[in-house]
Design a protein around this ligand. Structure first.
Ligand SMILES: *Cc1c(COP(=O)(O)O)cnc(C)c1O
Length: 485
């Protein structure tokens, strides 16, 4: 390479004279494809920036004359624009072992939901238009019937997420009044959502009862006074209270609330619509059971165990839901047509429970047979070993996945995947971080989890349809260790 030092005036001037004219470079054959891909405006700006950077390098005495050839400029500009054009929102491979990963977008939508969303995106729809009467309609009416059918509730409404559902419920039913919650249920869900904070934001006053580990019915009873608006129970989504504990069930709380003329609201968190035990998964109270046990209102997420889009569902007594829907915040927290289309289509799958484990993506991943994951691990292992290079050993082995998103926090699901360890047997974190980073920098980033001296890639969420693309990207030349060093 002809690396030319700048520095003294004459040489630098000679160097600058070699910078080609922007117009001529743009008109060169090498730039045809770049302009076709990105348009003239962006290409011109990127070329100017490239030449400016070259001039700055020349002044600093580190410019390469080769970098000014039309072909090299086209490559540089193309790479710049490709990076700039790449979407910030990108798909990744979730091999963390957490199926409903909040940071990775939680539930994945089944194909029918994707088709329903695509249709809503491109065609006008009866979002708030009653096709029977020709009059204005209510967007909630598009799916209320289905939600009530699946939960046994009298009425339902949908908002942006479950945090919004709780905020709206408290704002509508308990402004400037007291809400009684057990000290064992003052949950924080990942940073910003904490029951005491939501409560004060909603203008309600939290009345804590019981202790962290034990709360009795008489604690609720004694706390009720003229200012009480609501008795509330919150699902301990991301922790478990075990040992010497006592919690008051909804079935016990409901008669007390009824006798004192107060509603019971339950923040169920994940809110599953079916008994997961039928697929060998840990049991979790369903929304229907919660309603049947006497909850007057139940709030839950659309994108946790339900397996749908981000949404918050509020179901329960018709008079209370009507009051909630009239609150001004409902307008601010309502969902859009894409959410409604996706949610309706996912809810419809629940009408055929016998095909649910195959058609509902979340459930399909949660119930994935260990054998399928083991075979996938064996197929992928050689490619991952080639990519990792001989510094590392790649072994396919059993591991444990989690449901995630605060669903069934203490339960783990036996799974299978690939563990990457240092061949030296050392547990040096830096080296593992390096391979973790290389996987994260692939065109479709691969995300695993480092623990106990190994980087683990849990294959539960890598379905067979994606496997070939996964292996191909590991085998691509620039992914491999030997291509880097
Ligand atoms: C997850 C969760 C929330 C928050 O739900 P989002 O849909 O994430 O807003 C609230 N309460 C409980 C108990 C939860 O588990």
């Amino acid at each position: 390479m002809s690396d030319v030092k700048g520095g003294d005036g004459g040489e630098l001037r000679a160097l600058m004279a070699r910078v080609p004219s922007v117009e001529r470079v743009l008109a060169s054959a090498e730039f045809e494809a770049v302009i076709a891909a990105y348009g003239r405006t962006q290409t011109l700006a990127a070329l100017r920036a490239t030449l400016d950077a070259w001039r700055a390098d020349a002044q600093a005495g580190r410019a390469f004359v080769d970098a000014l050839s039309d072909a090299q400029l086209a490559r540089t500009v193309d790479a710049k624009l490709a990076k700039r054009t790449r979407s910030n929102v990108r798909s990744v491979f979730n091999l963390t072992g957490t199926v409903l990963h909040t940071n990775l977008g939680r539930a994945l939508l089944p194909d029918e939901a994707v088709r329903a969303v695509a249709e809503m995106l491109t065609r006008p729809a009866n979002l708030e238009f009653d096709l029977d009467t020709g009059a204005r309609g209510d967007r909630d009416d598009l799916i209320n019937g289905l939600i009530c059918e699946l939960t046994g509730a009298e009425a339902a409404t949908v908002v942006n997420n479950n945090a919004a559902a709780v905020l709206l419920t408290l704002s509508a039913l308990a402004p400037r009044r007291e809400v009684i919650v057990s000290r064992g249920e003052l949950v924080e869900i990942g940073g910003a959502f904490r029951i005491p904070d939501i409560m004060s934001r909603a203008g309600a006053k939290l009345r804590e009862v019981g202790t962290t580990n034990r709360t009795h019915l008489k604690d609720y009873d004694e706390a009720i006074n003229a200012k009480t608006a609501l008795l509330m129970k919150v699902h301990c989504s991301n922790y478990a209270v075990s040992g010497f504990t006592k919690e008051v069930s909804i079935a016990e709380l409901a008669p007390l609330a009824k006798a004192r003329g107060l509603p019971v609201a339950v923040d169920l968190g994940s809110g599953t619509l079916v008994d997961l035990a039928q697929w060998g998964l840990p049991r979790e109270a369903t929304v229907r059971e919660t309603v049947a046990a006497g909850a007057d209102l139940v709030t839950f997420s659309g994108d946790k165990l339900l397996g749908g889009p981000q949404a918050g569902l509020i179901v329960g007594r018709a008079d209370l839901v009507a009051k909630i829907k009239k609150h001004p915040l409902k307008r601010a927290l309502r969902v859009g047509k894409l959410t409604l289309a996706a949610l309706e289509s996912v809810l419809r799958l629940y009408r055929a429970p016998e095909t649910l484990a195959e058609r509902l993506t979340t459930l399909r991943l949660l119930t994935r047979p260990a054998d399928a994951m083991r075979l996938a691990a064996e197929r992928i292992e050689p490619a991952l070993q080639r990519m990792a290079g001989e510094t590392f050993t790649v072994v396919s082995e059993p591991m444990f996945s989690q449901i995630g998103s605060g669903a069934l926090p203490v339960d783990v699901l036996p799974s299978y995947g690939l563990a990457v360890r240092l061949a030296s047997g050392k547990r040096a974190g830096g080296q593992l971080n390096r391979i973790e980073k290389r996987l994260r920098e692939l065109p479709r980033p691969v995300l695993g989890r480092i623990a106990d001296g190994a980087l683990r890639l849990d294959l539960r969420c890598l379905e067979e349809a994606d496997e070939a693309a996964f292996i191909a990207q590991l085998d691509a030349r620039d992914a491999r260790e030997d291509a880097r060093e």
